[in-house]
Design a binder for this molecule. Structure first.
Ligand code: PLP
Length: 217
């Protein structure tokens, strides 16, 4: 299956970058995919998945979790504050901490829940008006604000602009993470995950290269 090919390509990219085998976490992005494709990847032993929509994830994953122990679910889509409570029940990681209002609500709910998912701050490295994320210039202050709210950050996430060389964006993200002492870098998708690994990605989010094209119709 495609998963095996992706695993080989990740191992080759780790090795080419002089990085230890297994240092990159593959998040298989299963949004909108037919259930049989996701089940095939679960049956092959993969356990780390990404979803973009709280409602869709909530409809699919509790049953799969019961059948396939050890699932780790990552939220990689925009998170509305009114969906935060179910999101905290479903997800082990949130990659889209992208604004102060979300950080404030998250801090309050995490205190009540007594457990916190892994958190990645989304940075809008291309400063694209239509895209979510903290602007690069404002990232240091936002990270400090999150930490002042007692939120423990795992790292940063970015989605580079389409049809541009992603390398400057991956490097910008790595620079912000390094100067803030954050280890995690969620960057790289189907088209550019090997480049992202060369630039230090710790988490890659790969959908269509594993499951095939998404059909939104
Ligand atoms: C859908 C999505 C992906 C996966 O994209 P592919 O090109 O199918 O690999 C990765 N990251 C985010 C944030 C996404 O929304």
């Amino acid at each position: 299956m495609e998963l095996d090919d992706i695993r080989r390509r990740i191992a080759a990219a780790e090795s080419a970058a002089g990085r230890p085998a297994g240092s990159v976490t593959l998040i298989a992005v299963s949004k909108v995919q037919p259930p049989e494709r996701v089940e095939a990847v679960l049956a092959a032993g993969h356990r780390v998945f990404g979803e973009n929509y709280v409602q869709e994830a909530g409809a699919k994953w509790p049953a799969w979790r019961a059948r396939f122990p050890g699932v780790e679910l990552h939220m990689i889509g925009p998170l509305q504050t009114n969906k935060l409570k179910p999101a905290l029940e479903l997800f082990d990681a949130i990659h889209t901490l992208d604004r102060p209002s979300l950080a404030q609500k998250l801090a309050r709910q995490v205190q009540g829940a007594g457990r916190c998912p892994q958190l990645f701050v989304q940075v809008n490295t291309g400063a694209e008006p239509q895209k979510a994320g903290i602007l690069p210039d404002e990232a240091d202050a936002f990270i400090a604000d999150c930490q002042a709210l007692d939120l423990v950050l795992s790292g940063l996430m970015c989605i580079p602009p389409e049809n541009q060389d992603p390398v400057p964006h991956f490097r910008a993200l790595r620079g912000i993470a390094a100067r803030n002492g954050l280890a995690g870098l969620s960057m790289g998708m189907s088209a550019d995950f090997e480049t992202a690994i060369a630039e230090g990605a710790t988490h890659i989010r790969v959908g269509s290269a594993i499951f095939g094209a998404r059909d939104y119709s």
